[in-house]
Write a new protein. Structure first.
Length: 172
């Protein structure tokens, strides 16, 4: 800090307070139920999602993807309704700064070709049924799951930092 006119203190940019710590859920919660209730119709969902503030959408989609993948792998994510969010989750991971997760999801999505199938039934046609054998023998995403799990990227920290930047920019 530098003394200014009449004894006032001038604050230089590096002395400005940092953005307040923000829990990413504060941006996700307002859109959570309205978006979740639109899942059954993928076209309706996409229309609704496009009206959500981008930062909230990034966090919402990335949250669902990481939650599903951490629980049961990419096979689970893609076989559930939440798999319709893959393109938005990819964009979300990139925006949040989760490079490894973005690259891993992008590679997993290649399994479905282009355009990515939003409809759960359409995705099911590309997925093998779960089997009693070890996953690495039947799950086409097994190695990608391992890469996702082994990543040192910290979801909560990076998501909260991203949310904090959004709020500091006037969007919270």
């Amino acid at each position: 800090m530098v003394a200014g006119a009449a004894g006032e203190l001038d604050v230089s940019p590096q002395d400005e307070p940092m953005a307040e710590a923000v829990d990413y859920w504060t941006l996700v919660e307002p859109v959570w139920l309205p978006l979740n209730h639109a899942w059954d119709d993928s076209e309706k969902f996409v229309r609704k999602f496009r009206h959500v503030r981008p930062e909230a959408g990034h966090l919402y989609a990335a949250h669902w993807c990481q939650s599903e993948v951490r629980n049961g792998g990419f096979h689970q994510f893609f076989s559930n309704t939440t798999g319709l969010l893959a393109p938005e989750a990819l964009e979300g991971f990139r925006a949040i700064g989760m490079v490894v997760w973005a690259e891993t999801l992008a590679e997993a999505m290649k399994h479905f070709g282009t355009p990515y199938p939003r409809d759960c039934d359409d995705r099911q046609e590309f997925l093998p049924e779960r089997q009693r054998r070890p996953r690495q023998e039947w799950d086409p995403f097994y190695q990608l799951d391992e890469r996702f799990y082994d990543s040192t990227e910290d979801w909560e920290d990076l998501a909260n930092t991203y949310a904090g930047r959004a709020v500091a920019a006037g969007g919270g």
